[in-house]
Design a binder for this molecule. Structure first.
Ligand code: SF4
Length: 236
């Protein structure tokens, strides 16, 4: 049995996460991803909001053809879907698109229109959290593009941690990067980015819940602005 096919208990996965969290805290992003690929093989994926393809690009350097999971909520900007399609077309990755159980029309019929305005937590649970949980069942570990400098809610993001809700290892290889680090990597490697980043958006989510950021605001201030919500629940 290869490493890629190894079955592990929840306790084994948690111990792996805790040990790697200590050992890789100061490691470069590529080293973190190499550990994840060597440890989990096919049971490792990258998740991407298609704000940019930085983590997908890093992971593909370590493992060409790596799975890149994208959640299509049905509410994305056309630019985000276009970025997903461009990543799929030009990068050496395997893009997997997850969708919610219900279309937007079906959700509107059951819960009423514009659920995102009335109960964004429920909307995110139905359109993001549930489909991601279902989509991650095949994996033991998943990578995110979370960074500590994005907002106070992300300041303690571990490079490798235990995702207790999904009982998986959660890898954030660029947790310690700054926006300048991201910009430098994008420029050096010609990484695909969402065009909205050049149009005043610092963080790109669903269209009804995302606005441009103002001078001096943190990167995620344009998400659910004025609704008392800062995270969708994927990373809670
Ligand atoms: Fe719904 Fe907004 Fe959450 Fe997207 S970000 S799932 S539209 S509440």
């Amino acid at each position: 049995m290869t490493t890629a096919q190894t079955e592990r208990t929840e306790d084994e996965l948690r111990e792996l996460a805790e040990r790697a969290g200590r050992e890789l805290e100061d490691a470069p992003a590529l080293e973190v991803l190499r550990w994840a690929v060597d440890t989990f093989g096919d049971r490792f994926c990258v998740t991407s909001s298609m704000e940019d393809a930085v983590v997908a690009h890093l992971a593909a350097r370590v493992r060409p053809g790596v799975d890149v999971v994208f959640l299509d909520t049905g509410y994305h900007f056309p630019e985000t879907i276009g970025t997903r399609d461009a990543v799929d077309a030009v990068m050496d990755v395997n893009v997997i698109t997850l969708t919610p159980e219900q279309t937007v029309a079906e959700q509107d019929a059951e819960h009423g229109p514009r659920l995102h305005d009335r109960d964004p937590d429920l909307c995110c649970a139905l359109r993001k959290v549930k489909p991601l949980e279902a989509g991650l069942t095949a994996y033991q570990a998943w990578a995110t593009g979370l960074r500590r400098d994005e907002s106070p809610t992300r300041a303690n993001t571990p490079v490798v941690g235990w995702d207790a809700r999904r009982r998986k290892v959660k890898v954030s290889p660029i947790a310690r990067w700054t926006q300048d680090d991201v910009d430098a990597y994008v420029a050096e490697h010609g990484v695909l980015t969402n065009p909205l980043l050049m149009d005043g958006y610092a963080s790109v989510g669903c269209a009804p819940c995302t606005r441009r950021v103002l001078e001096g605001e943190d990167a995620r201030a344009g998400r659910w602005a004025g609704r008392g919500k800062t995270e969708c629940g994927l990373h809670g």
